[in-house]
Ligand binder design. Structure first.
Ligand code: NAP
Length: 338
C-alpha cells in the first residue's frame, strides 16, 4: 500500500509517497481501506518540526479517515467487513490502508461523501469541545471565532448557529462573502487592520462572551482583552509559529515568551475564565469523545452540521495540499485521496 511519508523536517519537498506492507488487524482492530484522509494544520506544523505531539520522523501523519472496512481482527464481528466508516487515527491516516481500533470508528452517514465524512472528526470535535463542552456557549451570547474560514472555523460557525449565539469571525478578506453565506454574523478582516477595535465597535465596547484562539503567543493576550464580563477564552493552537527551518523555531520561542500569564485574582475580579484544548490528548477518554461524536452525527442527520471540503488533493499532490493551507488559500477542509 502507499502512504504519504514526512521523511524529515523541512519544506513540502520532504513529503514523499512511499510503499509499505499492508497492515493486518490485531484484537479489537479493523483495517480500513481509506477513501479520503483529512489534512490538518498540525500536519503542517509537524512537517516544519514545530509539533511536539508528532511521531518521530520518518512518519505518516493523519488523524482522521473515511473509508471501507476491509478486514477485522479477533473480537470484531465479521459482518463489519464492507461497512463505510469514519475513523480517528493516532497518525498514519494518510495511507491507502490503516489500522483502527473499533472504539475509534463510527458509521459514515449515508448523506455524506467519503471526502465530507473525513472532514468531520478533528474539525467538529475541536469546535464542539471549544464551544459547547468547555466554552459553555449559550443562546444569545456572542462568540469570536479566529480563522473563521479554516476547517475548525467553519465547524465553529455551524455550532454557534445551532446554539443561537451571535458570531464574529476573523479571516482573510477574500473569504468573507462565503463566511456570511455560511451564517457568520460579522466577518472581520484581521490581515489589513487591527481586529480588536473593530470588534469593540461592533459590540458597543462590551466584547464577547467566548473567544476561540488557535493563533497563540501574544495573540492570546489580545483575545483575552476582547472578553466581556463572564467571558471565556479557549486557547487551542499556535499557528503564529508556522514557518520552515530556523525561522519556525524562532517564531515558536517568541510565541512561548509572549504568552500571557493569567493571575487567579485577575480572573476572579474580572469574572473571566481561560481554558486550553488539545484533542490529541483525549485518547484516554473515548467515552467522552464518543458522546461528542453522537451529538455531531445527530447534527448531520438534522442538517446543521455541514462539513465543507474546499479541495481534495491526491497523495502525490500532498505537497501542494500543504502549500494550499500554508498560503491561506483554503476555505474549510482540505483532504487527501489515495
Ligand atoms: N488543539 C487542538 O485540539 C486543535 C485541533 C484542531 C486544530 N487546531 C488548531 O486550529 C488551527 C486551525 O486548524 P485547521 O486544521 O482548521 O486549519 P485551518 O484553519 O484550515 O488552517 C489554515 C488557515 O489558518 C489561517 N492562518 C492563521 N495563521 C496562519 C499562518 N501563520 N499560516 C497559515 N495560515 C494561517 C489561514 O486563514 P485566514 O488567513 O483566512 O485566517 C489559513 O487559511 C490550527 O492552529 C490548528 O493547529 C487545534
Amino acid at each position: 500500500m502507499r502512504q504519504v511519508v514526512t521523511t524529515r523536517n523541512g519544506s513540502v519537498e520532504v513529503l514523499k509517497v512511499q510503499e509499505a506492507p499492508d497492515p493486518s488487524p490485531g484484537k479489537g482492530e479493523v483495517v480500513v481501506q481509506v477513501k479520503a484522509a483529512g489534512l490538518n494544520f498540525a500536519d503542517i506544523l509537524a512537517r516544519q518540526g514545530l509539533y511536539p505531539d508528532g511521531p518521530k520522523k520518518p512518519c505518516v501523519m493523519g488523524y482522521e479517515v473515511a473509508g471501507v472496512i476491509e478486514a477485522v481482527g479477533e473480537g470484531v464481528p465479521p459482518g463489519m467487513v464492507g461497512k463505510s466508516v469514519v475513523g480517528m487515527t493516532r497518525f498514519k491516516g494518510q495511507s491507502e490502508k490503516v489500522l483502527i481500533t473499533v472504539n475509534q470508528l463510527f458509521e459514515k452517514p449515508e448523506s455524506l461523501s467519503f471526502e465530507q465524512a473525513a472532514a468531520i472528526p478533528v474539525n467538529y470535535l475541536t469546535a464542539y469541545a471549544l464551544l459547547v463542552v468547555m466554552g459553555g456557549l449559550r443562546k444569545g451570547e456572542s462568540v469570536l471565532i479566529h480563522n473563521a474560514g479554516g476547517g475548525v472555523g467553519l465547524a465553529a460557525i455551524d455550532i454557534a448557529r445551532k446554539v443561537g449565539a451571535i458570531s464574529y469571525g476573523t479571516a482573510s478578506p477574500g473569504k468573507h462573502e462565503f463566511l456570511r453565506e455560511r451564517g457568520l454574523d460579522h466577518a472581520i478582516d484581521y490581515r489589513n487592520q487591527d481586529w480588536l477595535p473593530v470588534l469593540k465597535q461592533l459590540t458597543n465596547d462590551s466584547g464577547v462572551e467566548l473567544v476561540i484562539d488557535p493563533i497563540g503567543g501574544s495573540h492570546w493576550k489580545k483575545s483575552y482583552a476582547a472578553l466581556r464580563t463572564t467571558g471565556r477564552l479557549g486557547m487551542f493552537g499556535v499557528s503564529t509559529a508556522s514557518a520552515n527551518g530556523l525561522k519556525g523555531k524562532f517564531k515558536l520561542l517568541k510565541a512561548a515568551a509572549q504568552m500571557p500569564r493569567f493571575h487567579p485574582l485577575g480572573l476572579l475580579n474580572k469574572n473571566r475564565g481561560v481554558f486550553g484544548l488539545n484533542l490529541g490528548h483525549m485518547w484516554h477518554e473515548p467515552e467522552k469523545v464518543a458522546e461528542w461524536v453522537q451529538a455531531i452525527m445527530a447534527g448531520v442527520t438534522e442538517g446543521w452540521i455541514r462539513p465543507f471540503v474546499d479541495k481534495a488533493f491526491s497523495f502525490a499532490q500532498a505537497g501542494d495540499a500543504h502549500s494550499y493551507l500554508e498560503e491561506r488559500k483554503n476555505i474549510g477542509k482540505v483532504v487527501l485521496v489515495p
